[in-house]
Design a protein around this ligand. Structure first.
Ligand code: NAG
Ligand code: NAG
Length: 521
């Protein structure tokens, strides 16, 4: 409580306080090239492509793969993304990746365009949504996985040589999967907003699929891992499907403005845990914090139809604030752990996924507060929007090299980044260079165990990252730290664009010496 006093500046000083704060925010320590990071983050999605690669494919160490996916089941499932360093196409994390990419474009599309990356961002989303359209073969059928982790992990092969099972798995009325259907609906609804102007026909098509998928998931309720058993050791839905149903309804509300969807989020707020769960993790599995933050934004917008539900929206907001305050170390007792170097630390296996999602939620919330002229109230004091952004930036800067190891965890960015990423395709000679077949165990014998760096660089991949003491071992077998996933990088796209724009504005300010930027920020 005492601390709050020091922020009570006289009115005329307040503006200059913001000026200095913003200067400090942008000028501290190392300067990173966020534009370069943005371009690289989008390149990463090309290295994860499955299917027939287009003529303008920029990641040239990759080639066509998985061209018969779905054939055995009589359905065309060619395309989509490999989630990480293996070749299974897992529907749930793929959909979450596309939702986060789309959310980034919805919030920071202008900044992405200003950096010249808008087309690439849309292509990254469309590579996923084109696949979801194929996988949603009838209103109540969604194909949710191709290949299986167990057989895939026996092999260390390039995707172009793949000899493992390509069995496809689906959910339907009798084999429910509301989490998978819900997340895929959220992804397609969010993407429909992205494509509204650029491609109205496609946008409409996505929305149609999203609405059907949501209805399917809501009507036939159940967890997808009971229907697609092979997913269990890889992407079990621990949090169940209720968060995804709220998440889907909220994205559909944003995409359609239809009050039914809003009512769903309001009426199910309590029984689906939307206003009950205060969780410090936002991930491919657990969507509550995302739901709560979008619901808070509705409240801040102050539209008539939201005022009517302000009581429930306030409860969503209180849980959103819990998440944000815990990330900011501003609760009394339940803060998220940090490494000595300052990185948010949730758990040892692929911790970076939680860092990038937290940085995203903090960044968008900072913007929402700024636009509504509000502050975040935490148990340990009020927080201004600039301070929230500053904290998000500290996490991004840690990722890019401001850390005790002095390395970037975004592969291919900066002078030092992981060179032995746990990634089948990257660790074996490129198919374009050597088309000789490399078998299942041959890959393990000749490539996996090598001490040398990978021959191909998975540029833009965000690896699992360091342990709780900021230590990182760059070894292929150390998959908890050196594997990268599409949903690690996806939330970074929008943040990089935002920071890139701030950097440009600061540069212009220096040139022109006008205070306009600070006045607007
Ligand atoms: C679901 O099960 C019922 C009863 O066994 C069957 O009639 C129906 O065709 C099944 N639906 C699907 C989509 O497989
Ligand atoms: C988090 O807050 C606690 C309590 O105010 C403080 O002791 C601790 O140093 C803070 N941690 C960091 C990393 O700022």
């Amino acid at each position: 409580m005492e601390k709050r006093r020091q922020y009570e500046f006289p009115r005329f000083l307040h503006h200059w306080y913001l000026v200095i704060f913003t200067l400090a925010l942008l000028a501290t320590a190392q300067a990173f090239d966020y534009g370069d990071a943005l371009a690289k983050s989008l390149l990463y999605f090309e290295s994860q492509r499955s299917g027939r690669l287009p003529y303008n494919q920029r990641v040239t160490w990759r080639d066509h793969s998985g061209l018969t996916d779905g054939l055995e089941q009589g359905v065309d499932l060619v395309g989509g993304y490999y989630d990480a360093g293996d070749h299974v196409k897992f529907g749930l994390p793929m959909a979450f990746t596309v939702t986060m990419l789309s959310w980034g474009v919805i919030e920071y599309g202008e900044q992405i365009a200003a950096a010249g990356e808008y087309e690439h961002a849309l292509e990254a989303i469309k590579w996923g949504t084109d696949y979801f359209i194929k996988a949603h073969t009838s209103p109540n059928v969604l194909w949710g996985e191709v290949g299986d982790g167990d057989t895939d992990h026996y092999c260390w092969q390039r995707p172009e040589d793949m000899t493992t099972s390509r069995q496809a798995y689906k959910i339907d009325e009798n084999n429910t999967g509301s989490d998978l259907a819900g997340e895929t609906a959220a992804a397609m609804a969010a993407a429909s907003i992205v494509f509204r102007k650029a491609n109205p026909h496609y946008s409409h098509l996505l929305l149609h699929h999203a609405q059907q998928l949501f209805e399917f998931g809501d009507k036939y309720r159940g967890k997808y891992d009971s229907s697609i058993g092979v997913v269990k050791n890889y992407y079990t839905s621990v949090s169940g499907y209720k968060d995804e149903l709220l998440w889907a309804a909220l994205w559909l509300y944003k995409a359609t403005d239809r009050v039914d969807y809003l009512k769903y989020v309001i009426n199910n707020a309590h029984c689906f845990g939307g206003i009950g769960w205060a969780i410090t993790e936002f991930s491919w599995d657990v969507k509550y914090a995302g739901v709560q933050i979008i619901a808070s934004k509705l409240l801040m917008e102050g539209r008539h139809e939201h005022k009517e539900h302000s009581h429930v929206l306030e409860q969503y907001r209180s849980k959103a604030e819990y998440y944000l305050c815990a990330c900011l170390n501003k609760t009394i007792s339940a803060n998220v752990d940090r490494t000595p170097g300052g990185l948010l630390y949730i758990r040892q296996w692929n911790n970076m996924q939680y860092v990038s999602t937290a940085a995203f939620l903090l960044t968008v919330y900072s913007d929402y507060l700024k636009h509504s002229g509000q502050k975040l109230s935490c148990p340990a004091g009020e927080v201004e929007h600039q301070e929230i952004l500053k904290y998000a930036k500290s996490q991004v800067d840690y990722i890019l090299g401001s850390n005790p190891m002095g390395m970037s965890y975004l592969v291919g960015y900066g002078p030092k980044s992981p060179r032995r990423v746990h990634h089948r395709g990257a660790s074996i000679v490129s198919y374009r260079e050597n088309k000789g077949f490399i078998g299942c165990t041959q890959g393990y014998d000749n490539w996996y165990g090598r001490d040398e760096p990978n021959p191909n660089i998975v540029v833009g991949a965000l690896v699992g990252g360091p342990d709780w003491q900021d230590n990182f071992r760059d070894q292929r077998g150390n998959y908890m730290q050196t594997e990268a996933c599409t949903y690690n990088t996806a939330p970074l796209v929008g943040i990089f664009a935002k920071l890139h724009q701030l950097q440009l504005q600061l540069g212009e300010h220096k040139l022109s010496r006008t205070p306009s930027f600070f006045a607007s920020y």
